[in-house]
Design a protein around this ligand. Structure first.
Ligand code: ATP
Length: 516
């Protein structure tokens, strides 16, 4: 059922100019996508929401924009050349490739789903008297599944932590995990696969240099730490934020824009005094969760997920997960990265990368807390939360359905549509006048084709929060009807009031006020 909705959402993204497959006329390129005329608007608004909340609202967070190409030693120092790997496994019959860790994670999710189903069933059966905690600790089927989950989870974490590829394979065999395509359990061994794309810079005659397309934006921040700290006269604690493209040669790229080979990240590295990093980690966890929840998609749809395996340099890490139609999945990572990155760059570059602390009277390498979110995954979160098929009644009481994107008005790519009821009697000219008055503040769209009902539906489908209709009465008394997307209610208002009504609904101020 949820998978069904997801398929419809993907089709909707294409039909209404949100997301297209890259180079579609050539049958597309795996896991690469383009944003259409409406998608780019939504994407820009998401980036603005993030950027302003980070850079504008924090006196001690500044932004940069570093290059995609970096000196190749960067990736040696960061550990990406040696260890930015995913464990892959092939099914010999379907010839399909999978990430071994993802296959096991999906197995864990299946057990979890069984537990949730038991609880749901019992909730219905017992009604108000249901005690979930008691049920979970006493029901034999739940206990049995919980035991299975715990055992598998422990085995899986141990294998990841020990980098034990044979054990990962053995888990897949023991759990009898089958390939969803061929249905068989005929697997190859698990191998490591580096995710970085490499290319060459300079002509071969000059001795071309192998360089990488950055797999994360964070390293562009670390190598600029000294530049920003000195030129901005920054004092600890302070942060550097950046939005930019990243590239990963993902083994399996499924689920639309959830996992892409070219994507965009919004990352912020927060530099702190050693010893204070875990307090800052907790603070950023709260701040980032409130940023997500302020959009109003329901608190129950978010959770923190602790990492099974801490990277060797991290001393704390969680993911913010959102409940997508295909289950809870990561949208953002918050990591306490210690002084690993700056120390590595200090060692590999031979330059002193430290902070002089005037209070302590000594220099040290700062510690770092990172928040890292994918623009595209955030985009998918917003679309999944907003896509709705509704049963409605038309003016004559006839049943109908409508597809509506209930995008938060601050993020909607088109804020209002201006629609002359008919294409004559000066109504189109009046509509243009209104647009000319509002277009410097809001993205407006003019539409005069088809019946007014059809035009409303088109606007519902792209998530436009307001439709303004010009009719003959407008010509007499300068009033229009304004229709609200979510309730479909209509009000008659003076043209001079439009700016105020729309400005209040689409301003980021309201949402910023909710942030912690
Ligand atoms: P995953 O486990 O899903 O591969 P990750 O833990 O490797 O993700 P990070 O390296 O922590 O991801 O990257 C930070 C954020 O960047 C992720 O939370 C996600 O939103 C985004 N991101 C990472 N890889 C991709 C991708 N291939 N496509 C789209 N977004 C991505």
């Amino acid at each position: 059922m949820a998978e069904d909705v997801f398929k419809k959402l993907v089709a909707h993204c294409k039909e209404y100019g949100y997301v297209f497959q890259s180079s579609e006329i050539y049958d597309g390129l795996g896991a690469v996508y383009d944003y259409g005329q409406n998608g780019v608007g939504l994407k820009n608004n998401i980036k603005k929401y993030w950027w302003d909340s980070m850079v504008m609202h924090h006196e001690n967070v500044v932004g940069i924009d570093s290059a995609i190409f970096m000196h190749p030693t960067t990736w040696k120092a960061s550990g990406h050349v040696d260890a930015f790997n995913d464990p892959l496994i092939d099914n010999k019959d379907s010839k399909k490739r999978y990430r071994a860790d993802v296959l096991i994670e999906e197995q864990l999710a299946k057990i979890e789903a069984k537990i949730d189903k038991e609880i749901e069933k019992a909730k219905k059966r017992f009604g108000d008297s249901f005690d979930e905690e008691q049920f979970k600790t006493t029901n034999p089927r739940v206990l049995n599944n919980q035991e299975k989950w715990d055992a598998l989870h422990k085995r899986f974490s141990d294998a990841l932590n020990d980098n034990n590829l044979e054990e990962l394979k053995q888990i897949i065999v023991d759990e009898e995990i089958a390939c969803p395509i061929s249905g068989t359990k005929n697997w190859t061994d698990v191998r490591q696969f580096n995710l970085m794309f490499a290319t060459e810079m300079g002509s071969t005659a000059d001795g071309a240099q192998k360089i990488y397309l950055r797999p994360e934006t964070a390293q562009g921040i670390f190598v600029n730490y000294l530049n920003v700290q000195k030129t901005g006269r920054m004092k600890l604690p302070f942060g550097i934020a950046q939005i930019g493209k990243a590239f990963r040669n993902e083994i399996v790229a499924r689920q639309f824009i959830f996992r892409m080979r070219e994507f965009e990240q919004m990352e912020m590295q927060f530099f702190v005094k050693p010893g204070t990093e875990l307090d800052w980690f907790e603070k950023w966890k709260t701040t980032r969760m409130s940023w997500h929840q302020a959009l109003g998609f329901g608190e129950e749809n978010y959770r923190f997920h602790k990492h099974e395996k801490l990277a060797h340099y991290a001393n704390a890490a969680v993911d913010v997960e959102y409940k997508f139609p295909f289950g809870f999945k990561e949208v953002e990572g918050i990591h306490s990265r210690t002084d690993f990155d700056l120390s590595q760059h200090q060692e590999y570059s031979g330059k002193k990368i430290q902070y002089y602390d005037p209070e302590e009277g000594k220099s040290y390498v700062p510690y770092v807390v990172e928040t890292s979110i994918g623009v595209d995954r955030m985009f998918l979160q917003v679309m999944a939360a907003s896509y709705r098929e509704e049963e409605i009644e038309d003016a004559n009481g006839k049943k109908d359905t409508r597809v509506v994107l209930t995008l938060p008005p601050v993020l909607a790519p088109v804020k209002l549509a201006v629609l002359p009821l008919v294409k004559k009697d000066g109504l189109p000219e009046k509509a243009r006048e209104i647009i000319d008055d509002l277009k410097f503040d809001f993205n407006c769209q003019y539409d005069e084709k088809d019946s007014i009902g059809k035009r409303y539906r088109r606007m519902d489908a792209i998530g436009t929060p307001f439709c303004v209709t010009i009719d003959h009465q407008t010509m007499e008394d300068n009033t229009v009807t304004i229709r609200y997307r979510d309730t479909m209610e209509q009000d008659r208002v003076e043209i001079s009031k439009l700016h105020g009504i729309i400005a209040e609904a689409v301003s980021m101020k309201g949402i910023f006020a909710k942030l912690k």
